[in-house]
Design a protein around this ligand. Structure first.
Ligand SMILES: [Zn+2]
Length: 253
């Protein structure tokens, strides 16, 4: 959940600051919070260190909801999602370069995830670290993992599985393996070459840095090209604007 919004079942509370800014930003924030009705509320992480189970899913679903809300045609939705993937990719690169490695791991407690100590308490690492509040690694890496799974298995297969998953686990607290095990059990082996819970833990959830699977995500390279074109276009427009401003200044002095 972002600091600006708070949701509880069937109700979304919005602060005024959420509704400022461009409609695009406002709409995607709303979609993100609506997605938390399923991931974060109806189904939540059993161990708080696995924050990606709320934030990764909400970030992945926010694009799907936002495309529906705008009534985009499938090809327009794909274009928009590619562009958003590209922006998130830049953000992730930036965060990975500027944060301590141990804070880039989505399942930091590994096989001890979900365990409670003898005293009955469970310790949340970095829970009080103020830096973590501003980090989006859990949102971004979680999002890219789900995007990777959806692309690898096929979006129709993935989303029909997701409906089944929500139905099965509604009202429960889960660990990463609950989701991954059920996903892989539901997909015939020939459709998921080299995908196993162990591999996903190793490559995506228990390592720092950028998972290599991101590069295999179909469409990310074309998305990056698209993004680069837009950035070039914007920087060209900026230089023209600056030139016009300096001309105007020369004239007025
Ligand atoms: Zn959130």
């Amino acid at each position: 959940m972002s600091g600006m919004l708070f949701t509880c079942p069937h109700i979304v509370f919005l602060s005024q600051s959420t509704l400022t800014g461009m409609s695009q930003l406002c709409g995607t924030r709303l979609c993100h919070e609506i997605a938390h009705a399923w991931f974060g509320l109806a189904i939540a992480a059993r161990d708080w260190t696995e924050e990606w189970l709320s934030e990764g899913f909400a970030t992945h679903l926010e694009d799907v909801f936002w495309a529906k809300a705008q009534q985009l045609a499938p090809h327009e939705a794909r274009e928009q999602q590619k562009l958003r993937a590209c922006l998130r990719w830049h953000r992730l690169q930036d965060e990975v370069q500027n944060s301590p490695e141990e804070m880039q791991v989505l399942r930091p407690n590994k096989e001890k995830t979900g365990h409670v100590s003898d005293s009955g308490s469970s310790v949340i690492r970095h829970g009080l670290n103020p830096e973590k509040v501003f980090m989006q690694v859990h949102y971004l890496k979680g999002y890219f993992l789900l995007q990777f799974l959806a692309k690898t298995l096929g979006e129709d297969t993935y989303f029909s599985f997701l409906r089944k998953f929500v139905h099965t686990f509604h009202g429960q607290l889960i660990l990463s393996q609950d989701f991954l095990q059920m996903l892989l059990e539901n997909i015939p082996e020939e459709k998921r070459p080299e995908l196993s819970v162990g591999n996903i833990f190793r490559d995506w959830l228990e390592s720092s840095g950028i998972p290599q699977g991101i590069f295999l995500t179909q469409g990310l390279s074309t998305g990056l090209q698209h993004c680069r074109q837009i950035l070039n276009h914007l920087s060209h427009r900026r230089s023209l604007l600056l030139r016009d401003i300096s001309k105007y200044k020369d004239r007025s002095t």
